[in-house]
Design a protein around this ligand. Sequence first.
Ligand code: 291
Ligand code: CA
Length: 134
Amino acid sequence: MYCASVFSLVWIFINGNSAGEKTFQANGSEGDFETSKATCSQAGGLLASPRNSAENTAIHQIVVRHNKKAFIGINDIQTEGTFKYLSGEAIRYSNWAAGEPNNGGGTEDCVEIYPDGRWNDRSCNEKRLIICEF
Ligand code: 291
Ligand code: CA
């Protein structure tokens, strides 16, 4: 195995941004929901989409490291109150903050993850840390 791959695996292990088959990465850049989705897709990945608590924890750690909230690949753009992955599949795992989702102002269809790992529905037009999964 090449040195770079070994270092990458060590880095992922130390920083804990891997869960199961997935690795999660951020480079500090920010964007609204559409920009975040496009950025990850251009990089050959997907906007980070936690499907269980291990994945959520890995994403949470990146949010803490950068001290910036991030969008996740979950929204209720299509049907208010029904949160789905980018694939269109309905979510089964969630980690909402108390009182969320509340569709504040009637315009909150995207989901941000807070520095405590909990989720809040929020306007898709906010700019957030871009975290991709590969
Ligand atoms: C409150 C809560 C959240 C909501 C958020 C936004 C703020 O959190 O009601 O559910 O998503 O407000 O409505 O939007 C703007 N424009 O400030 C405040 C943050 C901790
Ligand atoms: Ca909200």
